[in-house]
Design a protein around this ligand. Structure first.
Ligand SMILES: Nc1ncnc2c1ncn2[C@@H]1O[C@H](COP(=O)(O)OP(=O)(O)OP(=O)(O)O)[C@@H](O)[C@H]1O
Length: 633
């Protein structure tokens, strides 16, 4: 079956990564122009978080930059006074005012640095919190179907993790950029004022540095995009190699070494690429530094030439030298900040995309309320296709369900039973056709109003990391009804589970907490049934509710369901046909289409597919299936 264990060699690259690849391959200038967008995003979020702190941070940085510039000009004055012609004591005395300004500027700068870090340490956690909150809110409010889209899930991971981290670092780099730019401008203006020829040489060094930094960022980003798919694959292999959920089969199938080898294979390929990328980045940096060095050399050569030809006095040359050194150091800070912001801007884009896409996929609210207890649910020519799939899971399904009816959905694995349950209850929107509750199209209805009227007992119920009692009452938090709770745990058989727990209903059901307990598959299923029963909704979807239950518990659950179904509409998905003989209607699905529909007696009389399935199961119980084959005659 081939040597690749997981078999995901050819999984496609997420859409957003393909778009990002295109963005990264545009010209550098164009890409750099996208920088203001990233800056705007960071500033806007900071502003929303705290306008006062944002203004303060900006102001403190500007003042700090100005003080540095001021100190620089004052130092030039000190040089000018010291290197003037005349007796030394006079020169020293005349330099004192400028020296005092230099000392004052250093002291102020030190105070401002403290202010900067105080303001930033108040602002940054607020921005991080706001960004994390935005991501969490977008995901919490996304429609159910969004979580079926692998691209969206990966975007959520990248936007939530890298995006928020980049936002935080961008804020720091933005602040650095602001103050270093002011110092740089002051230094370049000082140099330019001393001699206009020196400025272009400085700019050459700046351009070389900026080019190298931006190019290196682009290489790193391209590498990230190239490795996205492999990183997803590595994550999957990591999970199956180390996760508890796979531990049993990993050992029983003796897969540990195979999985480890697979993990190493992918990790090696990623490491190889990473090293290659690092070498290329270093080469780019070297070229940048060589060009910047050339610019610096030219600047010093011009200075030497000016001194040699007598076009510049020694005193001014001293000041120019100092300004040039300041310019180079703030240039280094500026390019580092621009470079980091440029690189962050790619990841900020994930964050932005996640917010945009999340907003598009938000569960819509609407003024149209679904009826709380629908009389009739009508599906008309409903088709449903999962995101990223070609073939529909439901194909032209029409069905009418009346209040109080018990409809059993049967059919082979993958025939669309679970999907039909979700579309019928508005959890998934129909791709085509309509689902109406008493004439209200669920496509227009407020989803919360629809979902308030449904209870879902899932095939694999969620294992809520809460107390056992909460695992049931979370079914309807606004209900506080001790009788209903007792009834729910009794009908589901959850009462027997509670009796085995050390702290009874107050035991926390999660191994993540101290003293937390885990349950068996069947015990979790009983908790799920209790939750669905406690919810007491008008429309109940029970999807294989008893698949993991022992026979006694199953009988008890069906007894409970029968009692409750008189009041509510029930959609029951099951493979155990013996349990649904009394259903009002049985709907047989095949390949997403309804192929047979009627009562048990009607379908048996039809002698079609249902009859065949029923007979097959019945014969298994009668013992025909395992009976010795008749000896050949
Ligand atoms: N999350 C999903 N993403 C993509 N395709 C899906 C998803 N869930 C189900 N499908 C596909 O939709 C089709 C119908 O699946 P569904 O779960 O509704 O079948 P089912 O009849 O409930 O099956 P089973 O008896 O195994 O529970 C199948 O072809 C399945 O592969």
């Amino acid at each position: 079956m081939g040597s690749v264990l997981i078999g995901v060699e050819n999984i496609s690259t997420p859409k957003w990564a393909t778009v990002g690849r295109r963005a990264a391959s545009v010209s550098l200038g164009k890409a750099l122009r996208s920088l203001p967008e990233a800056i705007r995003l960071v500033v806007r979020l900071a502003w929303r978080t705290s306008p006062r702190l944002t203004l303060l941070a900006g102001a403190v940085h500007v003042v700090s930059g100005c003080v540095t510039a001021f100190g620089l000009l004052a130092t030039a004055d000190v040089f000018a006074a010291l290197l003037r012609d005349g007796p030394t004591p006079d020169r020293v005395v005349s330099s004192l005012p400028a020296l005092a300004v230099v000392v004052a500027s250093y002291a102020t700068r030190a105070l401002l640095d403290t202010a900067v870090s105080a303001v930033e340490s108040s602002l940054r956690p607020r921005v991080t919190r706001a960004a994390t909150d935005e991501v969490t809110a977008v995901l919490a409010r996304a429609e159910l179907l969004a979580f079926e889209d692998a691209d969206f899930r990966e975007l959520a991971r990248q936007g939530g993790r890298r995006g928020v981290r980049s936002l935080e670092s961008s804020l720091r780099y933005l602040a650095d950029l602001l103050s270093s730019c002011i110092t740089l401008v002051a230094a370049v203006v000082t140099v330019g004022l001393l001699d206009p020829w020196l400025a272009p040489a400085l700019l050459l060094a700046a351009a070389a540095n900026a080019w190298a930094s931006a190019r290196a960022s682009k290489l790193r980003y391209e590498h990230f995009l190239d490795s996205v798919t492999r990183n997803i694959r590595k994550g999957v292999v990591e999970e199956v190699t180390t996760d508890r959920g796979f531990a049993l089969e990993r050992h029983a199938l003796t897969l540990q070494e195979r999985l480890l080898a697979e993990h190493r294979r992918i990790a090696d390929s990623l490491m190889g690429d990473e090293i290659r990328m690092a070498h290329r980045t270093n080469l780019v940096r070297l070229t940048g530094r060589a060009l910047a060095g050339l610019g610096t050399g030219v600047a010093y050569a011009v200075l030497g030439l000016l001194l040699h030809t007598g076009d510049m006095e020694l005193a001014l040359a001293g000041a120019a030298l100092l300004a040039m050194r300041t310019a180079f150091s703030s240039l280094a800070t500026t390019t580092r900040a621009v470079n980091a912001l440029y690189e962050d801007s790619f990841y900020l884009d994930f964050y932005r995309k996640l917010l945009v896409e999340g907003a598009e996929r938000a569960q819509r609210s609407s003024d149209v309320r679904a009826p709380a207890d629908p009389e009739v649910i009508t599906l008309t020519n409903v088709t449903f296709t999962y995101p990223g799939k070609e073939t529909p899971a439901l194909d032209d399904v029409s069905l009418t369900v009346r209040r109080g009816e018990v409809i059993a959905l049967v059919g082979e694995n993958g025939s669309g039973k679970t999907t039909l349950g979700k579309v019928l209850t508005g959890l998934y929107p129909a791709t085509a056709g309509t689902v109406r509750w008493d004439g209200v199209d669920l496509a227009d209805a407020d989803k919360t109003s629809v979902h308030s009227s449904i209870a879902v007992i899932a095939q694999e119920p969620a294992r809520w990391p809460m107390t056992a009692r909460r695992n049931v009452t979370v079914g309807r938090l606004d209900r506080d009804d001790e009788d209903a709770w007792r009834d729910a745990v009794a009908k589901s058989g959850a009462d027997e589970v509670l009796a085995t727990l050390p702290a009874g209903a107050d035991t926390v059901l999660s191994r993540q907490f101290n003293d937390g307990q885990d349950l068996s598959g069947g015990q979790w299923q009983r908790m799920g049934i209790a939750r669905g029963t406690y919810r007491d909704a008008a429309v109940l979807v029970a999807d294989e509710p008893t698949a993991a239950l022992d026979a006694k518990a199953e009988a008890r659950v069906f007894e409970g369901l029968r009692e409750a179904t008189a009041r509510r509409t029930t959609i029951l998905v099951t493979h155990r046909l013996a349990n649904i003989r009394n259903a009002d209607r049985i709907v047989l699905l095949d390949g997403g289409r309804i192929v047979e529909e009627g009562t048990h007696e009607e379908l048996m009389a039809l002698r079609g597919h249902y009859h065949e399935l029923f007979e097959l199961q019945a014969s298994a119980y009668r013992g025909d299936l395992l009976a010795q084959p008749a000896p050949p005659t």
